[in-house]
Design a protein around this ligand. Sequence first.
Ligand SMILES: Nc1ncnc2c1ncn2[C@@H]1O[C@H](COP(=O)(O)OP(=O)(O)OP(=O)(O)O)[C@@H](O)[C@H]1O
Ligand SMILES: [Mg+2]
Length: 314
Amino acid sequence: MAHATAESTPPPPNNGDSGYELGILERRLLPSEDFLALWDAILIDPAIKDRLLAQSLLNFTIRPTVDRSRLPLHGLILLVGPPGTGKTSLARGLAAVTAARMPHLGPFQYLEVDPHDVASAGLGQRQKAVTELLGNTIARYARQRPTIVLLDEVETLAVARSGLSMDVNPIDVHRATDALLAQLDVLAANTPRLLFIATSNFPEAIDEAFLSRSDLLATIDRPSAEACRKIFFNTIHALADHYPAVRALLNSPEVESAAAICRDLDGRQIRKFVLAACTLRHETALDPNTLQAQDFLEALQRGKEEHRNLKDRR
Ligand SMILES: Nc1ncnc2c1ncn2[C@@H]1O[C@H](COP(=O)(O)OP(=O)(O)OP(=O)(O)O)[C@@H](O)[C@H]1O
Ligand SMILES: [Mg+2]
């Protein structure tokens, strides 16, 4: 997972302790090399990255020292946008870069919340699970050292109460959102060395009061045509770092044509379709040094075709 194309599936804990805690999917100390690499791997408008980093740094500069009644930061950054645009990777990268820029605060604690763990708590237990997770577990870590918490798919936890039908949704879901908001307020007041980074594909499903608590709401859109091209070549370069024969293909006309095909894809699709070029023959899957330039073109055309067919069938 130490290279720049790492898909953002949770890495194993690197804290030397694999003890299970309800609602915690991943726990590690930051900065760590693979998370720093994620920050560099996501190719978006640098102004967005700058703003995210500034907000995150400000959180740890200001919140411990200033009066909250007049400078009311909640310690919450929200990233919204379509699937596969790099939100989770950016969140992990941002956590690592923040820790790297503030070495005087010591290592940062990074926690990743598993929203499904909490959401699947039994009837009547959901509100309790949220309170336990934020009020107890997260608060405990944040008292020990600066802490950054990733709330991925936050619409699962901060369910919009206005959209809930009491006929089909148990009151428990409503109360769990209430509990989340209440705990965010308590943590904002009492635990200044804490930052939540939340992500969502469905901002319309997030509770309004949660949105209003975010200090920065950033929309991460699908990549521009220029960024698509960069992601495409970045992925091939990552392959070439390990399989040097791939480098010779970089300037071929077929690879140029493949790059042009990427321009309306998301970042995840581009990286996956490039990797799919290695699966056209068993020989290449066993040794990507045997890749040929037209494999990229074929894999991209096939990938796009399959997605088009799927869309038509829906
Ligand atoms: N702008 C981008 N630049 C480079 N790589 C990207 C970009 N967007 C996505 N990717 C790649 O796509 C993959 C998926 O990224 P990630 O999981 O962070 O997306 P996401 O927005 O969280 O998706 P989802 O909404 O489905 O959870 C990663 O391998 C990442 O490197
Ligand atoms: Mg994600």
